[in-house]
Design a protein around this ligand. Structure first.
Ligand SMILES: [Zn+2]
Length: 383
């Protein structure tokens, strides 16, 4: 479990070593590194999704190095952000996108969960708006300040931690080079890995000066940020993608920002809580949102995709439970599970996305469902 999560985070935090092509993203500018990157759909864009509400999302919704979506909500006395992006560089670009739609200061950033692609943009945001509260669930605060994120410097950049992080990027670089050296890749896979090399090069730039910002305000169940027009109800609906998930409900707009309970087109199943996940999504559905703002991917105007994810969670659990009961080993269960019909429902026959559906959903979620069926605890991994 832990190895898999670490592997995901290395990839989701990685880029390629090519010093000759490095270029600085100056604080306060949105300028990307030069090169063919914009066509890869990596850089987030901002879209108005309701009056006074915006979604900052990557135009190409799947990358093996993803950046979490950011929701921007304008209240009378300032802006509330849901999540912060995945690196200091992404955070700088988010600051510029936010400034492009409102002159108000950011007064609070609520973090949906502890994974790096949602929190590591905080430095740029709190440097620009130092009075902003950083709000998390108590459980997520424990991850951010404790063992789960022990690899990251706290409160300020640190050259030793940065060097260790860069080494992990070198590992991801080697993985991509080795993979691209294989002759039997499908064309879509080759294009996907080549794009990933470009993105990881950008990511190395973006992650310079990396550090974690500590939460300033915590809650266990719910916290309301009141406002005459756009109140925000922060809420822990139960465990799902992590044990401390936070979602944001905007009752006046009937909008639900879900964090990674909902990720499109390929859901992420690392160290998840299978039984609780479907229940948590149903608790969100019970509010009857008309606008769903996922942790990755575009805004959704109905709950068709939510239903599909609930069905996937239940299908995976139902496939694993009887095999675990027969006392098969995890290896045997992995070999027997076939989610290819579900995979087609999510990603069609695209070989690139199929590969990552297997890696980011099937493998980790089968592992989690196996642990659950055997009564073993699900541990949150190391970042
Ligand atoms: Zn994410």
């Amino acid at each position: 479990m832990r190895t898999k999560l670490a592997w995901f985070l290395v990839l989701s935090l990685a880029c390629v070593t090519t010093p000759a092509q490095t270029a600085t993203v100056a604080p306060g500018t949105a300028a990307p590194v030069s090169g063919p990157l914009p066509r890869d759909g990596y850089f987030q864009q901002i879209h108005r999704v309701a009056d006074g509400v915006w979604l900052i999302a990557q135009p190409q919704p799947f990358h093996i190095q993803p950046i979490g979506n950011v929701v921007v909500i304008e209240q009378r006395d300032g802006l509330v952000l849901i999540d912060a992006g995945g690196s200091p560089g992404a955070g700088r670009r988010i600051v510029e996108l936010v400034r492009g739609v409102s002159d108000k200061p950011v007064k609070a950033v609520a973090i949906t969960h502890w994974h790096g692609d949602h929190v590591l943009g905080l430095p740029a945001i709190v440097e620009r708006w130092p009075k902003a509260d950083v709000i998390t669930t108590t459980t997520t605060a424990g991850h951010l300040t404790g063992r789960s994120m022990k690899a990251y410097p706290k409160g300020a950049p640190d050259s030793t931690a940065q060097a260790a992080f860069d080494e992990r990027l070198d590992g991801a670089d080697a993985f991509l080079r080795d993979t691209l050296a294989k002759p039997d890749l499908a064309r879509a896979e080759r294009e996907g890995f080549e794009a990933s090399q470009r993105l990881f090069r950008q990511y190395r730039e973006d992650t310079r000066g990396l550090y974690l910002v500590a939460p300033t305000r915590m809650f266990d169940t719910a916290l309301r940020l009141d406002d005459p027009q756009r109140p925000v109800e922060l809420w822990h609906p139960g465990r799902a993608n992590t044990d401390g998930d936070l979602v944001a409900w905007l009752p006046a707009q009937r909008a639900m920002a879900t964090g990674d309970l909902l990720v499109a087109p390929v859901p992420f199943g690392f160290n998840a809580y299978p039984r609780d996940w479907a229940d948590s999504l149903r608790a969100l559905q019970a509010k009857r949102p008309t606008l769903w703002l996922p942790g990755h991917g575009a805004a959704m105007h109905d709950d068709a995709y939510v239903q599909r994810v609930i069905a996937l969670v239940e299908q995976t659990r139902a496939a694993v439970a009887p095999l675990a009961k027969e006392r098969l080993t995890l290896e045997q269960v992995r070999a027997k599970i076939d989610l290819s019909d579900a995979r087609v429902r999510f990603v069609g026959d695209d070989p690139w996305l199929s590969r990552w559906f297997d890696r980011y959903w099937t493998q980790p979620f089968v592992d989690a469902a196996y642990r659950e069926a055997n009564g073993q605890p699900i541990e949150q991994g190391e970042g």
